[in-house]
Design a protein around this ligand. Structure first.
Ligand SMILES: Cc1cc2nc3c(=O)[nH]c(=O)nc-3n(C[C@H](O)[C@H](O)[C@H](O)COP(=O)(O)O)c2cc1C
Length: 210
């Protein structure tokens, strides 16, 4: 039987990164590709990923991130930016992609497109924004796992002020909002958290078999 648990037990939310150890471009490329391959509802992928490479921007983000050291000390920083709203254009763009990638006539996709438009279109903007954020969290989870498979440490980060991130990264004008952050790199030997036992709900409380 394949062992899927050891890498999940190895992964932990890294508090202190080794600032001198950098992930290679190849590793980051693989990680980004793994994230791009994430599942999303209908396949609409209503979010983008910002790879923050500029050290000055990371320094600017840090005070708006509870001053967490991971923001500047990790090798790489990803910001998942989800759509704050969308209209039929999001769906039409996706249909264009399907048509091109799979070589299907657009007319054949009309029914699927209308179904998506009729289902998602009437939602109020806040429900749409919430749904988009949920899709981005799936990508985050996938990214955490992919990183661990590559031997990269991560910290998922919600402890930041989205409005400040949106201002610094100019996300508002793209109808995006910073939704969740992922710091990536290598754990510091001094990070005591790596030795902590995992705290999870007991199986009997967590899993209901019926
Ligand atoms: C969406 C999300 C947001 C989180 N935000 C932070 C954060 O801002 N800072 C931090 O140090 N840890 C953060 N964590 C890490 C959690 O505290 C950690 O995953 C949890 O305690 C379980 O520990 P483990 O991941 O080490 O197994 C976050 C985790 C998730 C999934």
């Amino acid at each position: 039987m394949k062992d899927v648990l050891s890498v999940r037990n190895w992964r932990y939310a890294t508090k202190k990164f080794d600032a001198d150890k950098k992930a290679s471009q190849e590793e980051i490329d693989q990680l980004l590709e793994a994230i791009r391959l994430s599942a999303s509802s209908y396949g609409l992928q209503p979010y983008q990923v910002y790879l923050i490479e500029t050290p000055e921007i990371r320094q600017e983000l840090q005070p708006h991130s509870w001053n967490q050291s991971q923001i500047t000390q990790a090798s790489h920083l990803l910001v998942f930016a989800s759509c704050t709203d969308f209209d039929d254009q999001l769906i039409d763009n996706y249909l264009d992609q399907i048509s091109e990638v799979r070589g299907i006539e657009k007319e054949q996709l009309e029914g699927y497109g209308n179904f998506m438009k009729q289902t998602l279109g009437p939602w109020p903007a806040d429900r749409k924004a919430d749904w988009c954020a949920r899709q981005a969290y799936i990508a985050l989870g996938n990214g955490l796992q992919a990183a661990a498979e590559l031997g990269l440490d991560t910290c998922p980060i919600e402890g930041f002020v989205p409005a400040e991130y949106n201002r610094i990264l100019k996300l508002d004008e793209k109808r995006l909002t910073a939704c969740v952050v992922m710091a990536v790199g290598y754990r510091s030997e001094e990070d005591a958290n790596q030795h902590l036992k995992k705290v999870r709900n007991p199986k009997d409380d967590f899993i209901t078999s019926i």
